[in-house]
Design a protein around this ligand. Structure first.
Ligand SMILES: Nc1nc2c(ncn2[C@@H]2O[C@H](COP(=O)(O)OP(=O)(O)O)[C@@H](O)[C@H]2O)c(=O)[nH]1
Ligand SMILES: [Mg+2]
Length: 623
């Protein structure tokens, strides 16, 4: 991006938008462990948003190793002995800020100004307060122009390697700073530990430009000073050194300075005329510098936001995959619960509905006896059955009872399997595109963690009992399937042409079939029976693979191929209706007892995150 002042308001709006929505994405998808959103948010809040204000003063931080002369320089710039100098290295344990007395003339105004940066500054009352660790202190001075804030920072190289006492403070100061004044001496100019620390900070928080101040003996030649400064510049900024170093100054080793009799004189390296760092800082185009600095913070913030969005996308796909896999597992469990279920009662009931609605057709069938290629005995059975043969009703009931206990077993074993998978830490990945298995596993997503935990803690036995109690409702032909079958019967009647022949033969077929009807689900592959049978292909059930119902008919019925085809056409919707009814009932039960919490949590997170992510994406695309 190229930041110009005209763009500032829009940029601020976009940033604010992403700032408010991105954390919600993280929360919705439970990404707290994967992305550091609070750090990002705090950078946006502290480093970016407040600084988009054009009136914000330039913040210059004097930094460097211990006893480089930072505090001495700070005092010199103020022309006042405010900051303690000399003595033990690392003597200053706090940040000392100097602001404009003209600008911040109201009570607590300066404190409030710094507060958004997480800096809780207090006025310096006692010089020696700086020696004790604590929150930053400040002074307000006339010498500081309104558009400048100067920071004296604690030494960050005091302490033992790895446990530098002041580094957190140094970080705070560097984060607040727009520009650095790096002070070094011949003793520490090549101290990689110091420059590396700053360099790392600058990579972390966004590049800041700097002035270099070399406190060197007068005997050092111009070339030597330049070479050493170059080393420092390179160690701080690497390849960017040229762009980032705004100026190099030298400070002498005047003993009067050490004796507090005189303030430091700075000179440009090539000349000996003294320069005022304050006026050098005032000459800077603060706005351009700030925008430049913002550009890199802005870029970093944008890149991090995009990275987090990428993480969110991956997490969301994984959640989606998990949800699909759980659904697949559930579908398989629903199927396996139904694996021994007979379709015979359904066909019987359909035949009853059919006959109740159209008694006239029996006559028609008798008359057309010679065109229907069915054994006479079957035709007789049909007639008897349609008259409401009691034995037939009894058959239906027996049949149901026989399957009732088998069904209970299947149901309980299916629900146990489903339970185990639902609380497992991972699931086998469901089929990929085109129903092909993709293999592998998908981890249970953090979004469903609490739902899984609740499930794990629930009393399994009570669930099993409640499932067993409800099996009869599933087995029975429900009002819903009654209505569906009636509707089917009406539809068949209304069809003419092709269906006319069916009308004639249909009733007969139906009564022949139930005698041997069984239904088998080919859940994986292969033909389960291979015998004479009508294989009805059922599709579109919860997005399952093709499901076949095999309705066995005795070979002796001597059905012609064409009749068989017609019969298939008829049986498919009946079987489908029945299956839908049962599958739905069992699925609803499984959801209620086992998977509901997980699926709902996943669905809600998927939906909400999609909305939020689209919002972030749109805004980031503009940025
Ligand atoms: N001779 C001389 N001594 C200096 C100069 N600047 C700083 N010092 C001395 O170096 C020591 C450390 O200075 P100080 O400002 O406390 O360093 P800081 O730890 O970086 O803040 C003190 O004894 C200062 O008097 C200078 O320009 N000339
Ligand atoms: Mg100091």
């Amino acid at each position: 991006m190229h930041v110009t002042s005209d763009q500032t308001p829009d940029i601020a709006e976009d940033i604010k938008k992403v700032r408010s929505v991105l954390p919600q994405v993280v929360e919705t998808l439970h990404l707290e462990d994967e992305v550091d959103i609070s750090r990002w948010s705090s950078i946006v809040d502290k480093k970016l948003l407040p600084r988009l204000d054009k009136d914000f003063p330039l913040v210059a931080a004097i930094c460097g190793g211990g006893s480089s002369g930072k505090s001495t320089l700070f005092n010199s710039m103020l022309q006042e002995h405010v900051s303690p100098t000399g003595g033990t290295a690392g003597i200053n344990r706090r940040i000392l800020a100097a602001g404009s007395l003209d600008r911040f003339n109201k009570e607590r105004q300066f404190e409030q100004f710094l507060a958004p940066f997480g800096i809780d500054a207090r006025p310096l009352e006692e010089k020696h307060d700086l020696i004790a660790p604590g929150s930053p202190l400040y002074v307000l001075k006339e010498r500081i122009p309104p558009n400048l804030i100067l920071l004296d920072t604690p030494d960050f190289d005091t302490g033992f390697k790895g446990s530098y006492t002041n580094r957190d403070l140094a970080r705070q100061a560097l984060e607040l700073a727009d520009i650095l004044i790096y002070v070094f001496t011949n003793a520490n100019y090549n101290n990689r530990d110091n420059t590396d620390f700053i360099a790392r900070m600058l990579t972390d928080i966004g590049q800041r430009k700097c002035f270099l101040v070399y406190r060197a003996y007068d005997s050092y030649g111009e070339q030597e000073i330049k070479t050493h400064a170059k080393t420092v510049a390179h160690n701080l900024y690497g390849e960017n050194a040229k762009d980032c170093v705004l100026g190099v100054f030298r400070a002498g080793e005047d003993n009067r300075v050490a004796a507090d009799e005189k303030y430091v004189d700075l000179a440009v390296v090539s000349g000996r005329d003294s320069v005022s760092l304050i006026s050098e800082l005032s000459k800077l185009d603060t706005h351009a510098l700030r925008m430049d600095l913002n550009a890199s913070v802005y870029r970093d913030v944008t890149i991090s936001a995009k990275d987090m969005l990428t993480t969110a996308r991956a997490s969301r796909s994984s959640l989606k995959r998990y949800r699909e896999s759980l659904q697949t597992v559930q579908n398989q469990c629903v199927q396996s619960a139904l694996q021994h279920f007979p379709i015979k009662p359904v066909l019987n009931r359909f035949a009853q509905i059919w006959s109740e609605g159209d008694p006239g057709h029996v006559k028609l069938m008798r008359k057309a006896g010679n065109v229907i290629e069915l054994p006479f005995k079957a035709a007789l059975n049909t007639v008897r059955w349609f008259r409401g043969n009691k034995r037939s009703h009894q058959d239906t009931r027996d049949n149901l009872e026989q399957f009732s206990s088998q069904f209970e077993q299947d149901l309980l074993s299916a629900v146990t399997t489903l339970w185990r998978k639902a609380i497992d830490v991972q699931l086998p990945v469901s089929q990929g595109l085109k129903g092909r298995p993709v293999g592998g596993v998908v981890k249970a997503h953090p979004v469903v963690a609490s739902a899984r935990k609740r499930l794990q803690e629930r009393d399994r036995n009570s669930t099993l009992t409640s499932m067993a109690n409800r099996k009869d409702a599933i087995i029975g032909i429900s009002g819903h399937i009654e209505a569906d079958l009636s509707r089917l019967a009406d539809q068949f009647r209304q069809q003419t042409g092709f269906m006319f022949k069916i009308r004639q033969t249909f009733s007969a077929f139906l009564t022949v079939l139930p005698a041997t009807a069984a239904i088998t689900y080919i859940l994986s592959t292969g033909d389960p029976v291979g015998a004479a049978g009508i294989k009805v292909k059922l599709t579109g059930l919860f997005g399952l693979k093709d499901l076949y119902a095999l309705v066995a008919i005795p070979a002796t019925t001597g059905l012609k191929k064409a009749d068989q085809k017609q019969l298939e056409t008829l049986l498919a919707p009946i079987t489908q209706t029945w299956l839908d009814d049962k599958l739905n009932a069992i699925q609803a039960l499984f959801k209620e007892e086992v998977t509901g919490g997980i699926l709902t949590a996943a669905d809600q997170a998927l939906e909400r995150s999609a909305e939020l992510m689209a919002e972030v994406e749109d805004t980031l695309d503009k940025m």
